[in-house]
Design a protein around this ligand. Structure first.
Ligand SMILES: Cc1cc2nc3c(=O)[nH]c(=O)nc-3n(C[C@H](O)[C@H](O)[C@H](O)COP(=O)(O)O)c2cc1C
Length: 380
């Protein structure tokens, strides 16, 4: 029975080959940060108000000027098309049906144009700070032409984090069936049927440009070639010069960097440690959130990213000053469990939990939330 996000995770684990499930579910090194992202929401409990009329509740809000039905944003996640045929398209359609923003990753399997054609909902596009500015410039031009409204620039990947589950599993894109995983893969009949019938697992945004179409390149070798360890704030100014829409900078984990990002003119700051997939032993995103909110002082919108598994987590983040929250694994489990229906289920679960929490704590609208709605317990 599927009641919560963890139930979707269990279905995903049964359906996916081990290496693919671990790619979604895992984090860097000891996975301390990944676990802290989730666990630290338990440091907060609610301060409910009773005898409040909560008959009219609404989680609609605006994010960077756009009206949305929920403060949940689907985070950019690479290779979602490995979990389900046309995984990014089905996830984008699910988001559009629920009135949530969908972010296409540079490393998507479906191209950004395919996603744009298939979904009419609000769409953002995510980029890295890569070495080759001509590749980046052409991606930005395509994103503009395809109607993406916000550019999300991920800045926490000067090098790739060490994901030890991927290394042990020999994870490559597209997935290869070999001696080490043949038995495990054959057990995942439903996934395997889809994989065999839909052999188009490739880097959708580059299939005509980078010549990576047919070679099974390892995740590490492709990305490390492009990630630039020489990034600086000048790069952000360059992005600003070629993109006239709003920019969200993703991967900010300190007040100092939040201030610098505001000085460089970003419209949104995504407090994020990449779901604990990059640098291990960073604090959780929710721990850093209040410091960033205070440093930004309303000059940009702040988005919390990392660890959301419950609607109550979203409510806590908004009480701490976030405008919206990104979810990564939560919707990936949904896509893996049931394609579009599974992603819709993930959103339904979280949105119902947000709604119920707002009722039970006597704050019927997101605008009723402030730090007085929660208390820090310090305990788990
Ligand atoms: C399978 C997977 C792939 C991801 N790929 C990307 C990516 O291509 N670009 C990016 O900026 N972040 C990527 N992320 C990080 C997410 O955008 C987000 O920061 C993270 O998932 C949030 O934590 P959560 O999974 O606990 O919600 C990925 C995360 C996952 C789980």
């Amino acid at each position: 029975m599927i009641v919560n996000i963890d139930d979707l995770r269990k279905v995903a684990r049964r359906r996916l080959p081990r290496a693919i499930f671990d790619y979604v579910d895992g984090g860097a090194e000891d996975e301390y940060t990944m676990r802290a992202n989730q666990a630290d929401f338990r440091r907060y409990t609610f301060r409910p108000r009773v005898m409040v009329d909560v008959s009219q509740r609404n989680q609609a809000t605006t994010v960077l000027g756009e009206r949305v039905a929920t403060p949940i944003i689907l985070a950019p996640t690479g290779f979602t098309g490995m979990l389900w045929p046309r995984g990014e398209v089905v996830a984008a359609r699910a988001a559009a049906r629920k009135g949530a923003i969908f972010t296409v990753s540079t490393m998507s399997i479906c191209s950004m144009e395919e996603v744009a054609e298939a979904s009419s909902g609000p769409r953002w596009f995510q980029l890295y700070v890569w070495r080759d500015r001509e590749i980046v410039r052409s991606l930005i031009e395509r994103a503009k032409a395809a109607g993406y409204r916000v550019l999300v620039i991920t800045v926490d990947t000067p090098v790739l984090g060490q994901r030890e589950r991927d290394i042990r599993n020999g994870m490559v894109i597209p997935p290869r069936i070999g001696a080490n995983n043949v038995l495990d893969t054959l057990r995942r009949v439903a996934w395997l049927k889809d994989f065999v019938r839909n052999p188009r697992i490739t880097f959708g945004n580059f299939k005509d440009t980078l010549g990576v179409r047919h070679d099974p390149v390892s995740l590490a070798s492709f990305t490390t070639k492009q990630f630039s360890p020489a990034v600086s704030w000048d790069d952000l100014d360059w992005y600003r010069s070629v993109w006239s829409g709003p920019i969200a900078i993703k991967g900010i984990m300190s007040a100092e960097d939040a201030r610098l990002a505001v000085e460089h003119g970003v419209e949104a700051i995504v407090v994020s440690n990449h779901g604990g997939r990059q640098c291990d032993y960073l604090p959780s995103a929710v721990e850093v959130l209040p410091e960033v909110v205070d440093a930004v002082g309303g000059r940009a919108e702040v988005i919390l990213d990392g660890g959301i598994r419950r609607g109550s987590d979203v409510v806590k983040a908004i009480a701490l000053g976030a405008r919206a929250c990104m979810i990564g694994k939560a919707f990936n489990y949904g896509v893996a469990a049931g394609g579009q229906a599974g992603a819709e289920r993930a959103l339904d679960i979280l949105m119902a939990e947000i709604d119920r929490t707002l009722a039970l704590i006597g704050r019927p609208h997101l605008s009723d939330l402030d730090r007085g709605a929660i208390r820090a317990t310090g305990a788990y």
